[in-house]
Write a protein that binds this ligand. Structure first.
Ligand code: SAM
Length: 233
């Protein structure tokens, strides 16, 4: 099965798109098949990464997503190994790749169309460290442990999160970090309200999964930005 992607993408695109982009999407994007299963991600069928790239990589997004400030706050080293979990069209991956030229970047997604797009983007933009990884809904399928796993606008799409993130600890190197950025309840962008996860719930879920919160960055007006590490004992 080649197409599972999340509803936030629809809400996200429609919300951040300009009137021109909204019109374009209305004309060209098939009606998504959305559904919600209790305790699982909110998903829909998806194809055509290039159309989604117009929204995800819209420079207007930078004003509220603040990608460079987000990455600055994570203090990456040139040799770091990073996973961009739910990489989409590479909005964050393209920036991360330039920060870790002597490290590795695994750009992970469950959508094969996104991986094809990422591969082409890496070639066109000379992002030599970018390695596309096809995930499943049960596993990120990372080939080796990393220093940072970044999850932007994707946490709420993940199924069975306690089990998923409990297993994902094995993909963190010693002192490795898990950073989550996702939409606040009152953000004009984001998924329908019932699919927004309060930061307290994320912290609680990840506590159960074996993580402790190590930083909270308050500079994103529309999103929360939380950093976790695996508990040591
Ligand atoms: C809203 S997009 C965000 C993309 C990117 N992080 C960004 O900020 O532009 C969510 C992405 O997560 C992917 N995704 C959804 N569930 C996933 C999962 N369980 N594992 C990996 N990727 C997933 C989707 O295919 C989609 O590309």
């Amino acid at each position: 099965m080649r197409s599972v992607m999340i509803s936030i993408c629809v809400a996200f695109v429609l919300a951040i798109g300009s009137a021109r982009l909204g019109g374009l999407l209305a004309q060209t994007t098939p009606e998504p098949q959305t559904h919600y299963k209790h305790g699982q991600g909110y998903q829909h069928s998806f194809e055509n990464a290039e159309k989604w790239a117009k929204a995800f990589d819209d420079p207007a997004r930078d004003a509220w997503q603040k990608p460079d400030e987000v990455l600055d706050a994570l203090h990456l080293q040139r040799t770091d190994r990073v996973a961009d979990l739910g990489a989409g069209t590479g909005y964050f991956s393209a920036r991360i790749a330039k920060l870790v030229p002597e490290g590795k970047l695994f750009s992970v997604d469950i959508e094969p169309e996104m991986l094809r797009h990422l591969r082409e983007r890496a070639r066109h933009e000379n992002l030599g460290v970018l390695v596309p990884i096809l995930a499943s809904t049960e596993s990120a399928n990372l080939p080796e442990p990393v220093d940072l796993i970044l999850v932007v606008d994707t946490y709420h799409h993940i199924d069975n999160r306690v089990a998923y993130f409990s297993k994902l600890k094995a993909s963190l190197r010693p002192n490795g970090r898990l950073a989550i950025v996702d939409f606040k309840a009152d953000s004009p962008e984001g998924p329908p309200p019932e699919h927004r996860i309060p930061p307290e719930k994320i912290t609680s879920e990840l506590d159960t999964a074996g993580y402790t919160i190590v930083a909270t960055h308050p500079f994103l007006a529309r999103q929360y930005f939380l950093v976790f590490q695996a508990k040591t004992s």
